[in-house]
Ligand binder design. Structure first.
Ligand code: CAA
Length: 257
């Protein structure tokens, strides 16, 4: 299996997937989405694989959805194309998946990490939902999963100000399960995944299903609502301005239109 934006390595019963778009800080474009869904689909039915670790580079797990790919889209494009709906497959993956996060996990990067079953982070990790700075809102589950993970106060703070939180803050508010030194990140995540892969896969599957159930009730409606609001922002001038300003490396001037 060979992919343009992903690397795959197998360690025993653990598949380690590395997001590999270093030139764009692993920004999540449609190729990453398609390839990740394709790969997870194959791993789903591979009896030799018991668990998955998803990681990025030292500098970035993923710096968000690809702004350059979204910049010119309008409301009709994103609504009819149901932008980001493909990511729902990741949350539907049935084997345990651990996010091993170093550096930036922003926007869609934070949302992708939250679609995994738990997050192990390095001390350098930075989490945030900066979409507000682009004139939009999170569109891959951030308003729903972050709020469930860390509560309303922190979720509002992060989504409304666009600020980043460090690994220590993320661990203390429940977003992150473990914080480790940089050089131990993959080792720790693979060891956890190996341990999980060694248990009864029936019981493991049921733990994943039931814990997720407790967490996800009513999530579907929340996500649908979020997606539609996210799509609608592509009809605003502020989305065009926010994304153009990022690409042109200048400060956005919003007109509230
Ligand atoms: N999309 C596209 N390209 C991106 C990107 C993104 N989300 N994030 C970084 N890049 C690109 C940059 O444009 C730059 O490319 P060039 O060299 O061609 O200019 C390259 O990656 C390196 O980035 P920087 O030079 O900006 O690196 P930095 O170290 O100075 O800053 C950063 C790092 C703070 C993470 C900064 O890159 C940044 O703010 N990125 C955008 C973060 C963001 O807004 N994410 C949310 C995206 S919207 C979203 O995710 C919607 C959703 O809900 C799904």
């Amino acid at each position: 299996m060979s992919y343009e934006t992903l690397l795959l390595e197998t360690r025993g019963r653990v598949a380690v997937i590395t997001l590999n778009r270093p030139q764009a800080l692993n920004a999540l474009n449609s190729t990453v989405m398609t390839e990740l869904c394709d790969l997870l689909g194959k791993l789903q039915t591979d009896a030799a694989i018991g668990a998955v670790v998803l990681t990025g580079s030292e500098k970035a797990f993923a710096a968000g959805a690809d702004i350059k790919e979204m910049q010119s889209l309008d409301f009709v494009d994103v609504y009819l194309g149901n932008l980001f709906s493909g990511w729902d497959d990741i949350a539907g993956f049935r084997k345990p998946i651990i996010a091993a996060v170093s550096g930036f996990a922003l926007g869609g990067g934070c949302e992708l990490a939250m679609m995994c079953d738990f997050i192990i982070a390095t001390k350098t990790a930075k989490f945030g939902q900066p979409e507000i700075t682009l004139g939009v809102i999170p569109g891959m589950g951030g308003t729903q999963r972050l709020t469930r993970a860390v509560g309303k106060a922190k979720a509002m703070d992060l989504c409304l100000t666009g600020r980043m939180m460090d690994a220590h803050e993320a661990e203390s508010c429940g977003l992150v399960a473990r914080v480790v030194d940089q050089e131990r990140l993959l080792e720790e995540a693979v060891a956890a995944a190996e341990k999980i892969a060694g248990f009864s896969q029936v019981a493991v599957g049921m733990v994943k299903e039931t814990v997720s159930r407790a967490f996800e009730q009513t999530l579907t409606e929340g996500l649908r609502f979020e997606r539609r609001l996210f799509h609608s922002l592509f009809s605003t001038e502020d989305q065009k301005e926010g994304m153009a300003a990022f690409v042109e490396k200048r400060k956005a001037v919003f007109k509230n239109r």
